[in-house]
Unconditional design. Sequence first.
Length: 336
Amino acid sequence: MKAINRGVANARDWKPAENLPRVIDVLRDARRVLITMHRGPDGDALGSSLGLAVALREMGREVVHYNPDQLPYNLRFLPGSDAVVRTVPEGSFDAMVACDSGALHRLGSDLPTAERRGVTINLDHHLTTDPFGDINYVDPAAAAVGVLVFKIIAGLGHPLSANAAAGLYASILTDTGCFKYSSTDPECMRISAALLEAGVDPWEMASRIYESQPLARVKLLGEVLGTLATSPSGKFASILVARDMVARTGRTDDLTDGFINFARSIDGVEVAASFSEPLDGTDAWRISFRSRGTVNVAAVAQQFGGGGHHNAAGCTVKGDLTTVRAAIGAAVDAAL
Ligand SMILES: [Mn+2]
């Protein structure tokens, strides 16, 4: 059973089959394209946007690929990563494509004005996406945004290269938790098969993304797991990523991706949360949620101004840790 708009009141009908050809039409005519993704990109945001950027460049388009943040250590090997720029150059664009973003403000501060960015295209599969695009190609049933990009490239009639396929495979591999999550469906498996046929080496991808961890990350995991707390019912588990723990790694990039899954993987746990202390000294805690499936954590995150998917969501809450933890714990309790 897939998590399609479960638990979200008045979920929009995004009509993805109608919007896919609109995206293809715009990109067929576009000469200069700005490609963006959400800040702090994950495998889906970066991989799907890389797949599109690589393919459009192969088609002779001028592509600017923008994200203001450092790319994750384990994804910088992906073809096209070295062309991602942290500021947007001058000039105007025929189209701007936003991948996996959910909201315009998640794209970064250097975004051109609406008139400079041309047709704004929102590619997403979040339940809680803002319809900020001129075209919103949003498909909550898609396992990853890479699935949407695969269809766009096919619709443009462009043969998939190994370089473009690598980004799309990274998108699907990471967003399905290595083909484990309930979002894993026959469609993403068929597309992944096509990506292997285009030249992707599955063990190379898995080993570079998941088995090339910096030693500092594994040591940080040990510290973070030391903070593990569970509710009396045993259904809610939480971990804390404190600023001083992060400082001891001596690294500026985020090494904590996936830590929350250890909390969810405990027998009996339905919901896991990770509380990340802000590194900038403010009191805006970043909270990530993971659900085993019974609870819609996107709805929990929405109560605090955040959003996401049925089984993976996040929000930012200001306050001291005790107060924030109590508020989140109460909201999760109510949802359980
Ligand atoms: Mn995604």
